[in-house]
Write a protein that binds this ligand. Structure first.
Ligand code: GLC
Length: 550
């Protein structure tokens, strides 16, 4: 068995890092069952090393019935047998650490799987039991408790409560689930829950894990006062920021993270964490403060249209907030929850992505060339910013969304829960193409749990490796250059023509992006890298260029 390996060194390693998100079930499949596995990750360490990243974040690989792609965890301190064993995990960690790549695991504290032993125990134990107190059970309303305790919806569909059948066979209490019914929410006022997550954090840190991504970090503590407040929508614009903010994102939640921080700081270097917190922007510094999780995912730029002004405002806000938090900002364009950005940027302005997916990606039409050019330009822009950049597996190949998955193949609970009106997130989770041809394009030998389209081979690692100008080579070069040039220093905006963004970083490093439709002159200096070849001294549309100013 591999020894537990620990990477020592700089406590601030994460502040300016490049982090690669792996969705393990779709990364690489060594045992040929069509599902990616831990050994698959180990088998691709060279690839990750060559990409130049500082760390990987692994989406959940724990035992799970897969009601929500693994975000329904049945055992927080183990590996899903379909993905391997703890020994495989140790071996993977050792191999990654050997090339200085650190590892984040995903902690899912808001809810467990309904197959978690605690939830099964709660079902059997009945109302008022200590086992039920670990989750959020309530009596229903109406004469016979047939109405849910409140109008709360779930993120995946119309109702956030499900009624159980009691051990004596009668219709019984209701339990809360902010996501699928197979994902019951924990009661974070319960000491067992609190203690168990501390044990989980230590379990992974003791194995040598370097950090955690914290799922749904804003919602652990809820306003459950009687009568319960109303939630008909999770959209701030609809329900009102003040309302949602008092239900979630509560003061007492921050005490939990302050306690977690003490655990992180027991280690050398301290473990780090990043919050997936859907809280109002001005509240985010709290999660990102050095007393709490340390960083927060910044989704803002991901939702901006391809416009210089919008990008500039988003960047300035994020940098100000990160400074207020004593943290560094984070940047991300794609994830396992979002339509891939190479597709988003190819769609007409204002496209509703859910509706587009429902047409199998046919209406409105997409311009793939433009999408990819913008995707490459946007990523270079992000990599030039101060802070930590997150890359989602496959974006380094320029992969577009697989928009035409057949209904029968969809796995995302959103599809069923929302009455088949939204396809959900499977199109960005299709297993990676490693080779131009062959069984599942080199993903494995036993097919692929989500079908890959015929054109996938054109975006494979094999098709791009060593090919000058390919997206893979662009990422490699950009990440490597950034590593040499990056520092904690803030950026300085430089005045530039309309529809362009120009900023300076330390030691003469400058980034210039042309968002407009016309060629514009490149800033003075030596061209270090461009997302698209320049036309003489002109920067074409949808292009970022890095300059070394003298
Ligand atoms: C987070 C995850 C998402 C998951 C949800 C529920 O938003 O990123 O994939 O469905 O939490 O755990």
């Amino acid at each position: 068995m591999a020894q537990h390996t620990f990477l020592k060194g700089d406590a601030n390693w994460w502040r300016q890092a490049t982090i690669y998100q792996i969705y393990p079930r779709s990364f690489a499949d060594v045992n040929g069952d069509g599902l990616g596995d831990i050994k698959g990750i180990t088998s691709r360490v060279d690839y990750l090393h060559k990409l130049g990243i500082d760390a990987v974040w692994l989406s959940p690989f724990y035992p799970s019935p897969l009601a929500d792609g693994g975000y329904d965890v049945a055992d927080y301190r183990n590996v899903d047998p379909r993905l391997g064993t703890l020994a495989d995990f140790d071996e993977m960690l050792e191999a990654l650490h050997a090339v200085d790549i650190r590892v984040f695991v995903d902690i899912v504290p808001n809810h467990s799987s309904d197959q978690h032993p605690w939830f099964q125990e709660a079902l059997k134990a009945g109302p008022g039991s200590a086992a039920r107190d670990r989750y959020i059970f309530r009596d229903g309303k109406g004469a016979n408790g047939e109405e849910p305790p409140s109008d709360w919806i779930s993120h995946f569909g119309p109702r956030g409560w499900t009624r159980v059948t009691e051990p004596d066979g009668t219709p019984g209490q209701w339990y809360l689930h902010l996501f699928a019914p197979e994902q019951p929410d924990f009661n974070w006022d319960n000491q067992d829950v609190y203690d168990d997550f501390i044990t989980t954090l230590r379990f992974w840190a003791d194995r040598g894990v370097d950090g955690y991504r914290v799922d749904v970090a804003h919602a652990l503590k809820k306003d459950m006062s009687d009568p319960m407040p109303s939630i008909k929508s999770f959209d701030y614009a609809v329900t009102g920021e003040d309302v949602l903010k008092t239900i979630f994102d509560r003061e007492e939640l921050h005490q939990v993270y302050r306690e977690w921080r003490k655990v992180f700081n027991e280690y050398d270097p301290p473990r780090v964490a990043i919050a997936e917190a859907n809280a109002p922007l001005y509240r985010r510094p709290l999660y990102a403060s050095p007393d709490e999780l340390g960083q927060a995912i910044n989704f803002d730029i991901l939702h901006q249209p391809w416009r210089a002004k919008k990008f500039k405002t988003s960047i300035s806000n994020a940098l100000t907030l990160a400074q207020a938090a004593g943290s560094s900002s984070t940047w991300v364009l794609s994830s396992h929850d979002e339509v891939r950005h190479a597709s988003r940027y190819g769609l007409p302005k204002g496209t509703n992505y859910d509706n587009w997916l429902m047409t199998d990606g046919t209406v409105p039409g997409i311009n793939y060339t433009r999408g990819l050019r913008r995707a490459r330009a946007a990523e270079m822009l992000l990599l030039a910013l101060p802070g930590c950049t997150y890359i989602y597996q496959g974006e380094e190949l320029g992969l577009p969304e697989v928009a035409d998955l057949h209904d029968k193949d969809l796995q995302d609970p959103i599809w069923i829960r929302d009455g088949k009106t939204r396809k959900g997130r499977d199109g960005c989770r299709v297993p990676l193409p490693w080779t131009r041809e062959g069984s599942s394009f080199g993903f494995g030998t036993g097919g692929s749990h989500l079908p890959q389209p015929e054109w996938f081979g054109d975006y494979s690692v094999e098709a791009e490796d060593g090919v000058p100008g390919s997206t893979l080579e662009l990422y490699r070069e950009a990440i490597s250059l950034r590593k040499q040039l990056q520092s904690e220093e803030q950026l300085e905006w430089i005045d530039s023509p309309a529809k362009t963004l120009h900023f300076a970083r330390p030691n003469g490093w400058q980034s210039f992006t042309n968002f407009g439709a016309k060629n514009v002159p490149a800033p003075a200096g030596k061209v270090l890298l461009a997302s698209r070849p320049l036309k003489g001294n002109l920067v074409p549309k949808n292009t970022t260029v890095w300059i070394q100013a003298s």
